[in-house]
Design a protein around this ligand. Structure first.
Ligand SMILES: [Ca+2]
Ligand SMILES: [Ca+2]
Length: 203
């Protein structure tokens, strides 16, 4: 009995020593009520008129910031991406990715809101940036906040194709004064190439 007590006391001592030296080394896990140390940035793509889900052209989005180069996403109509970032100043730029034809023209605009709630997907809050174009800069992201930016592209038909004036800035490769195919300049003002067909058989 005496031996057991000694063993027990020794075990208690060892346990106490372990707890005394080890516990301070255990990392402090964030509790649910701890304020977030980061903010969130959400980007949504909006194309008018809308496409079916996962259809239509795509755009590349890049996030550049003072804290880090956060990369980006490729998004189609109604798709969105989100990322947690350290507080800092960020910018977002978009560029056509795939499926945007040379004769497709889109008026580009953006609108960013700042919400004091972390990972807020409601797309509501104070408007901190809006305008035309494909680049937004100087977004001030605060810890615990969410900045939600919507990039809208509205399709605009090129009504200048067929007016006989070459407008390369509207994507015209040619303009022969009409909107007909088969005459070397297509109905959407793209150069038509001749297709030569050869018989596969020797008759
Ligand atoms: Ca033209
Ligand atoms: Ca033509």
């Amino acid at each position: 009995m005496k031996k057991v007590s000694k063993t027990f006391i020794t075990a208690l001592t060892v346990m106490s020593l372990i707890l005394h030296f080890y516990l301070p080394l255990v990392p402090k896990f964030a509790r649910a009520d701890d304020p977030p140390q980061q903010g969130s940035l959400y980007i949504k793509k909006n194309v008018i008129p809308h496409y079916e889900w996962n259809e239509g052209p795509a755009w590349n989005f890049n996030i550049l910031g003072t804290e880090l180069d956060a990369g980006g996403w490729t998004l189609k109509d109604q798709q969105w991406g989100g990322i947690d970032l350290p507080p800092g100043t960020y910018g977002v730029s978009e560029s056509p990715s795939s499926g945007v034809e040379p004769n497709d023209f889109y008026e580009a605009s953006y609108r960013c809101v700042d919400s004091p709630n972390f990972r807020d997907q409601s797309n509501t809050g104070e408007v901190i940036a809006s305008g035309t174009g494909t680049i937004v800069q100087d977004l001030q992201l605060q810890a615990g906040h969410t900045i939600y930016c919507t990039f809208t592209n509205t399709y605009v038909a090129n009504t200048n194709c067929g007016d006989g004036v070459l407008q390369t800035d509207m994507g015209e490769e040619c303009d022969d004064g009409n909107n007909q195919d088969g005459d070397g300049c297509s109905s959407i003002c793209q150069i038509e190439t001749c297709n030569l067909f050869f018989s596969e058989y020797n008759i």
